[in-house]
Ligand binder design. Structure first.
Ligand code: ASC
Length: 219
């Protein structure tokens, strides 16, 4: 019988574990060390905290799951493709709310927008992410594109997607470092160590997700 899915290799299982650890560390950081999350709060910090939570859950965690869908979704190719597409759509929706939280926080605090390296590469990456999604929709989901055109563009879709995913990882890590600079945490305080480990697990998630994609093609 024909096997539709690529088997989840060991590296894909590691990616999944790193992603879950990063998610737990993010929640411990925001709920235990920080003020918690609430987009409609009177406390501007609770508004801000929505930003790292949703950007991580959407653009790091869910988009990583989307990249691995062809390995992890135990169904025929068409279903994997729809899962890949919808996971990216969820990531975009979470990303929009997460970006809104950052702007809302700045407005509450009377702070300027878009002054940092983190914000510049973040906005650039999010625009590319949406562009890639729209191109993917037109090229691979809607029935108008010829089979040969799809095939010619597939390496670009995959390479471009992997580059955007690494840009997301870079944005997440610079965001964490920017926040810990603002917080002026004491060296080796519990929170500072937690943020550093969160950053390491986000990086490990990024590398292992990308390995799953690249090595999966040879499985
Ligand atoms: C698609 C799809 C693929 C590619 C492939 C291009 O729409 O599901 O796997 O395009 O046909 O070679």
């Amino acid at each position: 019988t024909h096997r539709y899915y690529r088997p989840a290799s060991r590296i894909t299982i590691f990616a999944y574990i790193f992603g879950v650890i990063a998610a737990i560390l993010m929640l411990v950081w925001l709920l235990h060390y920080r003020e918690g999350v609430d987009l409609d709060s009177n406390d501007p910090n609770k508004i801000f905290n929505v930003h790292p939570l949703l950007m991580f859950l959407g653009l790091v965690f869910l988009s990583g799951q989307a990249l691995m869908a062809y390995m992890t979704v135990r169904a025929e190719k068409k279903v994997q493709k729809i899962a890949h597409f919808l996971l990216h759509l969820c990531a975009i929706i979470l990303g929009i709310v997460g970006l809104h939280a950052a702007f809302k926080y700045h407005e509450r605090r009377g702070l300027r927008n878009l002054y940092s390296f983190h914000s510049w590469i973040g906005i650039g990456t999010f625009c590319l992410y949406i562009l890639q999604w729209v191109i993917g929709l037109c090229m691979y989901m809607l029935p108008y594109t010829r089979r040969e055109t799809r095939a010619v563009n597939l390496p670009w879709h995959i390479s471009g997607g992997r580059a955007i995913f690494y840009m997301i990882i870079v944005t997440a890590l610079t965001g964490l470092m920017q926040k810990s600079t603002f917080l002026q945490l004491p060296l080796f305080s519990g929170e500072s160590i937690l943020i550093n480990f969160l950053a390491i697990f986000i990086l490990l998630f990024g590398v292992t997700v990308d390995f799953s994609v690249s090595l999966g093609r040879y499985a």
